[in-house]
Design a protein around this ligand. Sequence first.
Ligand SMILES: [Zn+2]
Length: 370
Amino acid sequence: MSLKVGRLFGVDIRLHYSWFLIFALLAWSLASGYLPYGYPGQSDVFYWGVGAVSAAMLFISVLIHEVAHSVVAQRFKIKVNSITLYFLGGVSETAEEAHTPDAELRMAAAGPLISIVLGVIFYGIYLVGSFLPLAVVAVLQYAGYINFVLAAFNLIPAFPMDGGRVLRGIVWGRNKDILKSTRTVTNISRAISYAFIGLGFLDTVLYGDFNGIWLLFIGLFVNSSAQASMNETRVTQALTGVTVGEIMTKEVKTVEPDLTLQQLQDYALVPTKHHGFPVVKNGELLGLVTDEDVRKVGPEHWDDRRVDQVMKGMKSLVTIGPGDAAVDALIKLAKAGVGRLPVVENGKLVGIVTRSDFARVIQERLKFRS
Ligand SMILES: [Zn+2]
């Protein structure tokens, strides 16, 4: 759902498709409402030109904001895979979370800080720049304003905004417990989300002011993110220090590549009630076959089709090593949208790790903590 537009500081910059629509809407609303009101008596070319350039300034401002996050992240040796730009912000996809409160605080604060700096620069030039062409003045005013909005929005002290992370960095630095501080900030986020929802509701319903809808949206957004962030942290914490080898199932039922689908059905799928099997010949993993692969073939062909003709081969198969971190396996599982990962060492199948293996371990480890 996004388009790669370039690469900065070793990070892929992507543009979410919705951005094009928002860009057009924003340029239009600036050209037809905001600009004629602030700068009356100008031509359509002026309004549309300034509107389009101002919308582009929002894009550049959000981009610089996100790049600031990733530059600081990289200083703390946290790899940033990509930045995807949305309308009022972007998402930096990092390979891992900050390791220390200090890193969290600095990474999160970098974005809003740079937005404030940009706001001061643009607005400062606007204030002293009366000698500049009017179109430039109008763009500067909007660019200054939008950077202050970006800073203010992102500094709301709630997840998933930068302000929430800044706050967690501070609390975490004091109590040295990331789980507890996440819980604290989650509770604060929830309270803030209810305040936004309440105010938005009052504003929209009682006063008929449609700006209230923005408050409602922000409230609902914060509310759902707060919960997601808590769950994620609990899971990550529970799996810290656990390797795939420790949680995988070692006794794996496998099937041979030259079985017919009918044999697979009769001797493997039906009796074991398992949904999939690794396909192995002489200890070497060749692929994975699931009941879905079988169902794609009509039952009348089950006698003349073999497992290796319908299985997912090694090229399209996501695997993991026994020494890898369990958290990484969980992320791979989620990203690939599969239920099980074969555990492979030097081409040989040594085990399999499934969603239920994770569920079991997470449950056990959380019991000991609470
Ligand atoms: Zn940010």
